[in-house]
Design a protein around this ligand. Structure first.
Ligand code: NAG
Ligand code: NAG
Length: 369
């Protein structure tokens, strides 16, 4: 008969109970955050010059937003204040750097700092977000941009059931003056390297609805549930996954930011460095750092307003998480692990040195200050 050794049993039990070794709180965080829920423009890149307004694709015009184009909606400001009041930052100094070329980013940073109860100045760092506009390099050659986006479009899988999704969206919009979105060919414009056509219009339409929803306004003429908006957002994420996630262009525009992020993590100080920018910053950072995420109820890899990628340093390990809000009327700050697609145990954390090596192979010196 099996007679267990009580000491061995105790040892086995304690082995099972030992939690994975990871200190409780990070000592340093570097955050790249997208601005507020804002008003969305009506202009679209359909490839059909006579139909360059979203209103050309609907039977009823989109209602205007109560603020100027691209400005934070009042509810968007409130949501960002709530992000600030719920973000637990490591002890130490906090630095907030902002793309001050965009008023919505200035307004977002101010709201975030109110939420964080930070009484200090934000730092104007437009070059961090767009070194090209600061003269670090020439404007990108449109042919190179078009080639990168075309290649990405060919290799990146179209989401399952995508045509049906776009048809469903068009049915919600009703028949407009323009052809239906599903009947407009997709193409990459050689003049500017932009992916235009039906998918681009669908991407803009659902972003308009998302901003209405996050802004606490009527969504899609009262025709859509929150779940519909979350589902249709796939069109926007898909478009961005092609347009904004090529390594060539991301490395060109964001090697400077990537080096700053890794340099700060390696610098050993405590506290937090927060960069307030755009969804394009989140897309580029995801591309260079090799990150993917699921932030339910949104589709995978969504870069929603008020969301941020957060790099947390735990001793010599870096964990990446995404914080976000559901934009459904609540203000709760949600959080999901971002996964390193290339390393780390279970993708949850990577060694700082390992990360430094990885980034070396991803960045360029082409457009850095
Ligand atoms: C497209 O929409 C705009 C804005 O509503 C309108 O001025 C224009 O006439 C429309 N174009 C066509 C061809 O109907
Ligand atoms: C999310 O991003 C990762 C990394 O780029 C990619 O491998 C994955 O296919 C994306 N997921 C979806 C559903 O697009």
């Amino acid at each position: 008969m099996y007679d267990p050794n009580p000491l061995l049993l105790l040892l086995l039990m304690s082995m099972c109970l030992v939690p994975p070794v990871s200190p409780a709180a990070p000592t340093l965080s570097v955050i790249v955050m997208r601005h507020c829920v804002r008003s969305a423009p009506l202009s679209v890149y359909s490839g059909l010059p006579e139909f360059s307004s979203l209103d050309n694709y609907t039977s009823t015009p989109f209602p205007p937003f109560p603020v100027d184009d691209m400005m934070c909606l009042p509810n968007g400001i409130t949501l960002v204040e709530n992000v600030g009041s719920q973000l637990a930052l490591p002890p130490g100094p906090v630095v907030v750097e902002v793309d001050t070329d965009a008023q919505r980013d200035v307004d977002t940073a101010a709201a975030l700092m109110r939420g964080l109860s930070l009484d200090q100045d934000m730092i104007s760092s437009p070059c961090l977000f767009d070194p090209e506009s600061c003269g670090a390099c020439e404007a990108v050659d449109p042919a190179r941009k078009a080639a990168a986006v075309t290649e990405r479009l060919e290799e990146f899988p179209k989401p399952a059931g995508f045509e049906e999704l776009v048809e469903e969206m068009q049915a919600v919009m009703g028949t407009g003056a323009a052809p239906a979105m599903q009947d407009i060919d997709d193409f990459v414009c050689s003049d500017d390297g932009y992916w235009e056509g039906g998918t681009s219009v669908a991407s803009d339409a659902v972003e308009y609805w998302l901003m209405q929803m996050g802004g606490g306004l009527e969504v899609a003429w009262g025709e859509l549930s929150k779940e519909d908006v979350y589902r249709f957002l796939e069109a926007h994420v898909y478009w961005r996954s092609v347009q904004e996630r090529t390594l060539d262009l991301s490395a060109r525009s964001h090697s400077y930011m990537a080096r700053e992020i890794v340099g700060t993590l390696a610098g050993g100080a405590g506290g937090a460095r927060i960069m307030v920018g755009h969804d394009s910053d989140l897309d580029a950072v995801a591309t260079i750092f090799g990150l993917e995420w699921r932030t339910p109820p949104f589709p995978a890899n969504a870069t929603t307003p008020g969301a941020g990628v957060r790099f947390d340093l735990f001793e010599d390990q870096v964990r990446a998480v995404v914080f976000y809000q559901a934009l459904d009327g609540g203000a709760e700050l949600l959080q999901a692990d971002a996964k390193w697609t290339w390393g780390g145990e279970g993708g949850a954390a990577v060694g700082l040195e390992e990360l430094q090596e990885w980034i070396k192979g991803r960045v360029t010196t082409e457009c850095v200050l």
